[in-house]
Design a binder for this molecule. Structure first.
Ligand code: NAP
Length: 315
């Protein structure tokens, strides 16, 4: 069975997200409590859900729960999928004007008919805790202080937690989305890594990836990145988070895994990353999925909301 084989032959270590995320969450919690005591104010985050996509609902509930656990003010604003452009703009402008709100997060993807870039551009950049407003992306390019995207920040924290230094390292990122691949490429360039960004038109993807000291997969293709993509001893970060309902796909990657098969029976899907778990036999570190990057994304959202709160008050 593939899973048993993986356990026996393991060379690398699983890079779990929870311990790294817990450290960040604890720091945020302590600082929020201090602000509550001295200012009688806490950072506030509003998640905007347009429509009723179940995955988006569950992501936002996790974020709301994280806020409550760390002492932040967290709220979800639910809007109809067919809300007009003018009404949606007015709602976001209302949040921009609300002083209790330090962070505004529009959960993506938006339902059909809404122009994502248009909607993001309405958010006050000082409250753009997802770090995807054009102003924040521009500041990131200039390597100046800004609110920057949570998932790439989480990837950096994970890489650094292994003791890996980015300076001078060859880093390959598979995926060039605005929320993951592109901002991560800028962040790593700002830290003096040498970055190659790959995408669906890249030729010899496995050959390029196999030259990386650090490989990041953010493509949304379950188990796509196999051992042939990985240099011996590389640090591999699996951003992918794919709901897979086909047991044959799961068996090919994990062998017979009763826990995952039960999840498919109960929920209809199991979460699978972009990286084949057998990569652990070549990598020095590999993040599991789920349980790797995901916890860091939420912890970084909390940190960004706290940062926004402080900047808006000149602290
Ligand atoms: P996205 O917007 O769909 O972008 C996917 C990227 O992968 C695109 O740049 C695409 O290339 C590239 N790609 C797709 N198939 C490829 C192939 N066969 N070969 C090479 N490149 C390929 O996705 P995303 O929003 O960045 O998310 C990527 C994954 O990360 C998803 O599984 C998502 O669920 C997950 N994610 C996880 C978290 C977390 O917190 N754990 C956060 C965000 C995203 P083109 O540009 O050429 O189309």
């Amino acid at each position: 069975m593939a899973r048993e084989f993986t356990r026996r032959m393991t060379m690398g270590k699983w890079l779990e997200g929870k311990p790294v995320a817990d450290r960040i969450r604890e720091q945020v919690k302590v600082e929020v409590a201090q602000h509550q005591k001295t200012l009688d104010q806490v950072p506030g985050l509003v998640g905007v859900l347009v429509g009723d996509n179940p995955a988006s609902q569950s992501y936002l509930r996790m974020k709301e729960k994280a806020c409550l656990n760390l002492g932040l003010y967290g709220r979800i604003q639910v809007l109809a999928a067919d809300i007009s452009r003018a009404d949606l703009k007015e709602r976001i402008e209302g949040l921009n004007a609300d002083n209790r709100v330090d962070g505004i997060l529009v959960q993506l993807p938006l339902p059909k008919g809404h122009d994502t870039q248009d909607v993001i551009s309405w958010i006050d950049p000082a409250k753009d805790v997802d770090g995807i407003h054009p102003i924040n992306l521009g500041l990131l390019l200039q390597n100046r202080p800004c609110l920057s995207a949570c998932t790439p920040r989480g990837c950096l924290e994970l890489i650094k937690s292994t003791g890996t230094v980015l300076e001078g390292r060859d880093v390959v990122i598979i995926g060039r989305s605005l929320i993951v691949g592109k901002p991560l490429a800028i962040m790593i360039t700002n830290e003096n890594g040498t970055v190659t960004v790959c995408h669906s038109k890249t030729r010899d993807l496995a050959g390029i990836a196999a030259r990386a000291d650090i490989l990041v997969a953010a493509m949304g293709k379950p188990g796509f990145v196999g051992p042939e993509f990985v240099k011996e001893g590389a640090v591999v970060i699996d951003v992918g988070s794919n709901a897979v309902s086909d047991k044959a796909v799961v068996r090919k990657l994990f062998g017979v895994d009763p826990k995952r098969e039960k999840e498919i029976d109960d929920k209809g899907y199991t979460w699978v990353g972009d990286v084949d778990p057998r990569v652990i036999e070549k990598a020095s570190w590999l993040t599991p999925s789920p349980g790797g990057v995901g916890p860091l994304t939420i912890a970084m959202l909390m940190r960004n909301t706290l940062d926004a709160f402080k900047r808006r008050r000149g602290l």
